[in-house]
Design a protein around this ligand. Structure first.
Ligand code: FDA
Length: 389
């Protein structure tokens, strides 16, 4: 065999298709019973398969220059062309995010048919028992027999959603072959709050608001959702990838609105008005009531000093909190960290010191924002390796 790809996910299948098209004899093995399971469940069943504007700035990695080459050589536009050639209808939801109109299964089918057309073999329900390096490549022992290959591609993804068979396999292989692995942690994940704050916020569970969530210099303007365990919604998932335990995040729930000016004007116009009435014009009603209750304690606007109005403004647009943790790999969409990119060639994804060994997709220390970027990295890195194996 020329190429063995371990992992029939987005990256592994893309790589195998490209290698097969180049005439390589390719086998893709996966311990799961079906290929592309994460594609199938992604985007609420509609797969946010790429982002129209995907570029290097949308990725977290300890080596920001690394993803540039692959993203340029196989871009979002290149993947969109494949989706269109296949006749898959799609739409832009928001912020460049492209989803299937129908079902994410269409993307899985496109890839499995692509494998067949390229002559690549798919072996499911197959686990790797051992990998040995030989003079001209690698020898694998699997639960379905032995395999020898000159190129071995690790496309086993990250640790998120262990229930679906996610493992730390790729990181272990990397370490065994002497590659460095950046510490891994859950990303794109809801954040949890301490019990006292959670009790106070309990009546808000289910409320969502368009917010600006900031961590240091990074901020995202997207939806925020109060939950029974803490905070979720796209803005929180995005910032969770930047946040570390012990750190604060700052939340503006009416970004771009001068809440203090509006409160003052309302006080001048009608001092008998309750602050919650004014806030309900800016925020969801339950949230407006909770903030007014906490900051004004039943007083009307005429009874509130400028200082008190500033406090209300801060509660709306300068809410600083210290989450206690995240919901972890159980619900995280991605794994941050992974195979250190300084050990890989950015054009081919080949390990610099282990010729013939490649790492692609989420197992690599390149993690995208929420919004189709992670699949684009899988397509781009898979494509790049597919040209080289
Ligand atoms: P992926 O995880 O897809 O594939 C790895 C494969 O390797 C799996 O088939 C697994 O079974 C196999 N494997 C693992 N260990 C193995 C072993 N030891 N032996 C054999 N096989 C093994 N991204 C995005 O851009 N848009 C979106 O809409 C979403 N939505 C989304 C929803 C949910 C719920 C999750 C959890 C994640 C997303 N993502 C996403 C993220 C996206 O799914 C993810 O980044 C890619 O699937 C990564 O592709 P890979 O091919 O690298 O790994």
């Amino acid at each position: 065999m020329d190429v063995v790809v371990i992992g029939a996910g987005a990256a592994g299948m893309m790589c195998a298709i490209e290698a097969g098209r180049r005439g390589r004899r390719v086998v893709v093995i996966d311990h799961a019973r079906a290929p592309g399971e994460k594609i199938r469940i992604s985007g609420g069943g509609r797969c946010n398969f790429t982002n129209r504007d995907a570029g290097p700035r949308n990725f977290l990695t300890s080596n920001p220059g690394f993803p540039i080459s692959a993203l340029k050589r196989f871009s979002a536009q290149d993947f969109i062309r494949r989706i269109e050639a296949r006749g898959i209808a799609y739409h832009e939801k928001t912020l460049g995010q492209l989803f299937c109109d129908g079902s994410s299964r269409q993307v899985v089918d496109m890839l499995t048919e692509g494998l067949r057309e390229a002559g690549a073999e798919l072996r499911l329900a197959t686990s790797v028992i051992g990998i040995d390096r030989t003079a001209d490549g690698f020898e694998l022992a699997t639960t379905n027999g032995a395999l020898a290959c000159s190129s071995l591609v690790i496309a086993t993804g990250g640790k998120s959603i262990p229930k679906m068979g996610a493992t730390g396999f790729g990181y272990e292989i990397a370490e065994r072959f002497g590659l460095k692995v950046q510490p891994t942690r859950p990303g794109l994940v809801p954040l949890t709050l301490e019990p006292g704050l959670l009790t106070r916020l309990a009546p808000l569970a289910g409320v969502s608001v368009e917010a600006r969530v900031r961590h240091g210099k990074t901020s995202f303007d997207e939806g925020l959702l109060f939950t029974h365990r803490g905070l979720s919604g796209p803005a929180i998932l995005q910032i969770s990838s930047y946040w570390r335990e012990g750190e604060e995040i700052e939340i503006a729930m009416a970004p771009g609105t001068d809440v203090f000016a509006q409160l003052r004007a309302a006080r001048a116009a009608n001092g008998r008005q309750a602050p919650s009435t004014l806030l309900a014009g800016i925020l969801p009603k339950r949230l407006a009531q909770a903030i007014a209750e906490q900051e004004a304690d039943g007083r009307n606007l005429a009874d509130l000093s400028d200082k008190a109005l500033r406090r209300i403004e801060a509660a709306v647009n300068g809410w600083r909190i210290k989450p206690v943790g995240s919901e972890g790999y159980r619900t995280a969409e991605v794994t941050l960290g992974g195979v250190d990119t300084t050990g890989l060639d950015s054009r081919s994804m080949q390990a610099r010191d282990v010729p013939g060994l490649y790492f692609i997709g989420e197992v690599v220390d390149v993690t995208g924002w929420l919004g189709g970027y992670n699949f684009q990295w899988a397509w781009s890195s898979g494509w790049a390796a597919g040209q080289a194996v």
